[in-house]
Design a binder for this molecule. Structure first.
Ligand SMILES: [Cu+2]
Length: 292
């Protein structure tokens, strides 16, 4: 019997190590490679916790295998000694309370700067965002919002409000907290410049939702009554999935949108197109400028 237990508790750690080693290349952990620099750091945290868990798992399995091997040996026909009964050990209790506490404390301290980079307002890359807005030619006052769009979740879609263009100068206006006559709107189609950090403001019109860009590892709850800034940086110019990660009602499953990360020029062109569509009054103009 002792060899059965020995093999049983050796098999699982070996399987665990094989799965852990093979998983990254098979893409089992994540929906593809991280598409943002912050996502890479979050993936590193995941792998660090995975390594700690794997070592702990192997350790506990080895301990189990040893104890059962020894215990089973005592039941052998030719065993000369009786089984040893334990009624607890104070030292062991202290060890397995203190060691995990230190591991948890280490994880908590180790991840703090990633959390700050992700969620602490003072840490957001204001300079970089400022230069994106300058390159987009946005007319700004010193206290204007750095956000390029306001995303409002509602059952069961994402409504997006962009700032519009100044009717006099044609420059991109800053995003105001309240809707403006010049604002531009889209549903389930978020466009933002790529390759530098940009900010959006997240709101919800009804219940709690969760703004989730799995490929960028961005997830943030939308909480009624709050306007929550999110900053993100897409590495590539391509289309990503935007999902709701909070069970928010019967239509939760279809609360999907696309997030298009594109060049600053294409982003401005997209906004100009929206502007034209929204100002088109269905009256064709003739060559001399008069309405037909
Ligand atoms: Cu939702």
């Amino acid at each position: 019997m002792k060899w059965f237990w020995c093999c049983f508790f050796t098999f699982w750690p070996i399987l665990a190590v094989i799965v852990c080693l093979a998983s990254p290349s098979l893409g089992w952990w994540f929906p593809g490679e991280s598409a943002s620099p912050l996502g890479e750091r979050i993936d590193d945290l995941f792998y660090m916790i995975l390594i700690i868990s794997t070592i702990t798992f192997i350790g506990t399995q080895a301990g189990l295998a040893y104890v059962l091997f020894r215990g089973a040996a005592d039941t052998d026909k030719d065993a000369s000694h009786k089984a040893w009964f334990s009624h607890g050990s104070h030292e062991l209790e202290v060890i397995w309370s203190v060691v995990p506490a230190f591991i948890l404390l280490f994880i908590a301290l180790y991840q703090m700067d990633v959390w700050a980079e992700y969620r602490v307002k003072d840490a957001f890359p204001q300079q970089k965002m400022q230069s994106v807005l300058d390159r987009l030619g946005q007319e700004r006052e010193a206290d204007s919002s750095l956000a390029l769009a306001e995303v409002t979740a509602r059952q069961f879609e994402w409504r997006i409000r962009y700032p519009g263009f100044d009717p006099e100068t044609g420059d991109l206006l800053p995003l105001m907290p309240e809707p403006q006559a010049t604002d531009l709107y889209a549903v389930n189609d978020l466009h933002l410049p790529s390759s530098s950090p940009v900010m959006i403001n997240l709101k919800t019109m009804d219940v709690q939702h969760s703004f989730f860009l799995p490929e960028l590892r961005i997830k943030q709850d939308a909480v009624p009554g709050l306007i929550i800034p999110i900053w993100l940086e897409a590495k590539e110019q391509r289309t990503y999935q935007l999902l709701c990660a909070e069970l928010c009602g019967w239509g939760h499953y279809k609360m999907k949108a696309r997030f298009v990360a594109e060049s600053e020029e294409n982003f401005l062109n997209y906004l100009r197109r929206l502007h034209e569509e929204q100002n088109y009054d269905r009256v064709e103009k003739t060559d001399d400028g008069a309405a037909e």
